[in-house]
Design a binder for this molecule. Structure first.
Ligand code: G1P
Length: 295
C-alpha cells in the first residue's frame, strides 16, 4: 500500500524570477490553485493522506496554505460563503510534515531528507511543477502497476530528441504497456541519450533507495541526483517505467505554465466560456497579423 508522498519543494525557482524572489514557485497559481495543491489533490485521489514536503528558505507560504485559517474561515462562515469554505477546507484531513533541506544538494538529497518519516514503506514522489491533467489518473495507474510488480515504477514520456538534456532519460525494453528499465542517464546531451523516453515527475519508490542515496555522490550539475541513485538500485532490483497516456505540463517553464493555465482554465466552469471566446479572438488577431506580414 502506498500511503505517503514526498513533495520536493526546496528549489529556488529561478526560471520564474522575479515572481519567486520572496515566495515559493510551488505557490504560483494555475487558475485558482497553487501548483502544489494539484499534486496533493492527485495523491489524495489515490488514497495517500500523509505528505512530507521538503522545503527550503522562503517556503513558509506552503505551510500556511495547508494549515487552517481561523479568521478567514470565520469570515466565510458568517457571510454564508459555504462553497468557498468547503473549498479551503477540503484538504483538512491530510497530514503534512515539513522538512527543511538545509543545503540545495539536488533531488536525490531532498528525498533522502524524508527518510525518518517514510521508514520502511513504499512511497510516491511527486514533482509539483509537472502538472498532470486532473482528469487523467496517472498516479493511480502507477500504483496499480506497483501493486502488480512489487518494484519501483517511474513515469515516462516521449520528448523530442532536442529536449533530452532537460530530463532523466531511460533505456528500456517494452513489456506490454510498461518498460523494463535497462539504464538511466540524468540530463544527457542529445547525442549521448539512450532514447527519447524522459522521466517525468511521478515516481513510486521503495525504501531500499534510501541506503543508496546515503552513499550517492554528486552527479550532473554537482547535485545528488535521484536518477543516479535509481541507476544504482537497478543493479539490485528491477525498475519499471510507465509511459503516460494523458497530458502533462512542464509548469516549471514559463511556456508550459501558460499552457497549463489555458487548458485548466478551459476546464474551469467559472471561466471556461469566457476564456474560449477570448482564445478565438486572440487566434483571429494572430491570423490577421500573420496574413498582414505575408502581404
Ligand atoms: C528532475 C529529475 C529528472 C526528471 C525531471 C522531471 O529534474 O532530476 O530526472 O526528468 O525532474 O521533471 P529537474 O526538472 O528538477 O531539473
Amino acid at each position: 500500500m502506498v500511503k505517503k508522498a514526498i513533495l520536493p519543494a526546496a528549489g529556488l525557482g529561478t526560471r520564474f524570477l522575479p515572481a519567486t524572489k520572496a515566495s515559493p514557485k510551488e505557490m504560483l497559481p494555475i487558475v485558482d490553485k497553487p501548483m502544489i495543491q494539484y499534486a496533493v489533490e492527485e495523491a489524495i485521489s489515490c488514497g495517500i493522506e500523509d505528505f512530507i514536503v521538503i522545503t527550503g528558505k522562503n517556503k513558509r507560504a506552503i505551510e500556511d496554505h495547508f494549515d487552517s485559517a481561523y479568521e478567514l474561515e470565520e469570515k466565510l462562515r458568517s457571510s454564508g460563503k459555504k462553497k468557498l469554505l468547503d473549498e479551503i477546507n477540503k484538504l483538512s484531513h491530510a497530514n503534512f510534515a515539513y522538512i527543511r533541506q538545509r543545503v540545495a544538494m539536488g533531488l536525490g538529497h531532498a528525498i533522502l531528507c524524508a527518510k525518518p518519516f517514510v521508514r520502511d514503506e513504499p512511497f510516491a514522489v511527486i514533482l509539483s511543477d509537472d502538472i498532470i491533467d486532473p482528469d487523467y489518473h496517472l498516479l493511480k495507474e502507477m500504483i496499480r502497476v506497483y501493486n502488480e510488480v512489487d518494484c519501483p515504477v517511474i513515469a515516462l514520456e516521449e520528448v523530442p530528441k532536442t529536449e533530452v538534456f532537460k530530463y532523466g532519460i531511460i533505456d528500456g525494453a517494452k513489456e506490454g504497456d510498461i518498460f523494463k528499465i535497462r539504464n538511466l542517464v540524468e540530463k544527457p546531451k542529445p547525442e549521448e541519450a539512450p532514447s527519447n523516453l524522459a522521466i517525468i515527475g511521478r515516481y513510486i519508490l521503495t525504501p531500499d533507495l534510501f541506503r543508496i542515496l546515503e552513499k550517492q555522490k554528486a552527479g550532473a550539475g554537482g547535485e545528488i541526483q535521484l536518477t543516479d541513485a535509481l541507476k544504482e538500485l537497478l543493479k539490485k532490483r528491477t525498475i519499471y517505467g510507465y509511459l503516460i497516456k494523458g497530458r502533462r505540463y512542464d509548469a516549471g517553464d514559463k511556456l508550459g505554465f501558460l499552457k497549463a493555465t489555458i487548458d485548466l482554465g478551459l476546464k474551469n466552469p467559472e471561466v471556461s466560456e469566457g476564456l474560449r471566446d477570448y482564445i478565438k479572438e486572440v487566434s483571429a488577431r494572430i491570423k490577421s497579423a500573420d496574413a498582414g506580414r505575408k502581404r
